[in-house]
Ligand binder design. Structure first.
Ligand SMILES: [Zn+2]
Length: 77
């Protein structure tokens, strides 16, 4: 049964999400990752297989579908 690790909500939906990874000193956005998403807060959960396939994709050196500039903000303390 689904229980969200962030907000403990118990309802979820299947959806494709995007996520930024920091690997070997570079940031990579991976789009269209299948996941189970918390219906309340949107926290995604990936299966072990999906996580392994995502890591393999990032390390494969595949040509990016596109490149984009990313703004960076520091959390004000
Ligand atoms: Zn949640």
């Amino acid at each position: 049964m689904f229980v969200c690790a962030v907000c403990r909500h118990e309802k979820s939906r299947e959806d494709n999400v995007e996520k930024v990874f920091h690997v070997d000193g570079r940031y990579v956005l991976v789009r269209g990752i299948p996941s189970t998403v918390c219906a309340r807060c949107g926290e995604p959960v990936f299966t072990r297989e999906t996580t392994e396939r995502t890591r393999a994709l990032i390390r494969s050196g595949a040509a990016p579908a596109e490149s984009t500039r990313m703004d960076t903000l520091d959390f004000a303390s």
